[in-house]
Design a protein around this ligand. Structure first.
Ligand SMILES: Nc1nc2c(ncn2[C@@H]2O[C@H](COP(=O)(O)OP(=O)(O)O)[C@@H](O)[C@H]2O)c(=O)[nH]1
Ligand SMILES: [Mg+2]
Length: 256
């Protein structure tokens, strides 16, 4: 476990985000990906490309290809490697925008929040979290044990670290390109989003959050495996608490 302080002092440049990459991660989401793409095309006002990173055995890729043959701003990229973290690192390698927002492909994330997240980033943030646990946000449906565990991890980390979000674990986040270029993403299953957020915090990145309502999928099946993924969340939780003690909080990111 690397608990070295890292380069907390260096602050990222604040360039305007001119082009946004909307990354959609899909593993067998043939029942929902079409609706998700249509909703993005209808609702997002700021200029964007859509990058679908796919690792499916159903007809997800065929559906995305049909969209990209009509819409030049939609690209399909087969995932490099296996698992959720590799989906995210494939996206980091191939996105073309100044910033990248990660969206699930099962329709759970509120697409109307994407423009609000972009506007928040333009105020001068490096990372904008869509937060289910702040006032105005919610987690609607889904397994109750997963929900309880998730909110406990997120709220206690905010208290322990002073990090400026009460939802470190949600995958629905907007990252500046420069931030992603500085973070080494280790394989950590679904906890990869939490890992990036915590590492960003310890590097002094400017973090903000806006409320979001997450709704459990209406079709398809969950790929979340509690025991496997809980181990990853626990690892990054302990890493963050120990690192917080090691470098003595609060950090710069905490006061914003
Ligand atoms: N590309 C890719 N996407 C994945 C993988 N695992 C999960 N996903 C996607 O990540 C999103 C969240 O997964 P989901 O199964 O809905 O997890 P849950 O919401 O916690 O039940 C969905 O859009 C999945 O299709 C993977 O290994 N590769
Ligand atoms: Mg889901």
């Amino acid at each position: 476990m690397d608990l070295s302080p890292g380069s907390e002092e260096e602050v990222l440049k604040t360039e305007p985000v001119r082009k946004l990459s909307i990354v959609v991660l899909t593993r067998n989401e043939g029942n929902s990906i079409g609706a998700v793409l249509r909703e993005i095309l209808a609702k997002v006002k700021n200029p964007f490309e859509i990058l679908v990173v796919d690792d499916s055995t159903d007809d997800t890729a065929r559906i995305v290809q049909a969209f990209s043959s009509v819409h030049s701003n939609i690209r399909l990229r087969p995932q490099e490697g296996r698992g959720y973290t590799r989906a995210l690192t494939t996206a980091v390698k191939y996105f073309e925008g100044d910033a990248m927002v990660v969206l699930v492909g099962d329709g759970s994330d509120e697409i109307a929040d994407i423009d609000r997240m972009s506007e928040k980033m333009q105020e001068g943030y490096d990372l904008v979290c869509a937060s289910r646990y702040m006032r105005g946000g919610a987690r609607a449906g889904g397994a109750s044990v997963q929900g309880f565990f998730s909110s406990l991890v997120c709220k206690s980390l905010k208290m322990a670290l002073g990090i400026n979000t009460c939802d470190v674990s949600n995958s629905f986040k907007l990252y500046r390109r420069e931030l992603l270029s500085r973070i080494e993403i280790k394989d950590s299953g679904f906890a990869a989003s939490m890992q990036i957020t915590l590492k960003s915090f310890f590097q002094g990145c400017r973090i903000a959050e806006i409320p979001t309502i997450w709704r459990n999928r209406g079709a398809g099946s969950s790929k979340f495996r509690f025991r496997r993924h809980a181990t990853h969340y626990l690892y990054w939780y302990v890493w963050a608490v120990l690192k917080g003690i090691a470098v003595r909080i609060p950090f710069k990111g905490a006061s914003r």
